[in-house]
Design a protein around this ligand. Structure first.
Ligand code: DQA
Length: 152
């Protein structure tokens, strides 16, 4: 059984309402069902935890808690903090929990140049970006396969 934390940063609590033309019409409450569909029979082998906060410190506190709780993997959409937060990158660097960076939109295709920059990118095993809310489910699938294949 793997413990997987789905971590969401600022403005992601407003998914479904917030700029639906970019982020879609589904809320974070739809994510568990999408994960169940993508994980198929492996769904029984994961235990999911969810946390969203608009504040940087609370996200760092939650990651530190995940370390204490021996969480196996994190699927992390840090929202705009992706592009600004050295503090979050520093946290990922020391806790060393395998993390997949998640974005609903394809940040590399967005018009603002800053969205193509990620402080987290050097601290994650990979990035899933641009698949709408299904990005979370694909990230969990990728994390699970990574954990299964990691040398013990
Ligand atoms: C986002 C992309 C970020 O640039 C933005 O600040 C967000 C959401 C995404 O999921 O596409 O809040 O992380």
């Amino acid at each position: 059984m793997y413990k997987i934390l789905i971590l969401n940063g600022p403005n992601l609590g407003a998914l479904g309402v917030r700029e639906p033309e970019i982020y879609g019409k589904q809320g974070l409450d739809q994510v568990p069902a999408l994960i169940q569909r993508v994980m198929c029979c492996d769904f029984a082998k994961i235990q999911l935890e969810f946390f969203q906060s608009n504040s940087e410190g609370a996200l760092i506190d939650r990651l530190e808690q995940a370390k204490k709780d021996k969480v196996d993997g994190v699927a992390f959409n840090a929202g705009a903090y992706t592009h600004t937060s050295l503090a979050l990158a520093d946290c990922l660097a020391w806790i060393k929990i395998p993390c997949v960076e998640v974005h609903i939109s394809n940040v590399f295709a967005r018009k603002e140049e800053i969205r193509r920059q990620s402080y987290m990118a050097t601290q994650v095993i990979g990035i899933i970006s641009g698949f709408g809310i299904n990005s979370y489910a694909l990230a969990v699938r990728a994390l699970f396969d990574y954990l299964e294949n990691k040398p013990k």
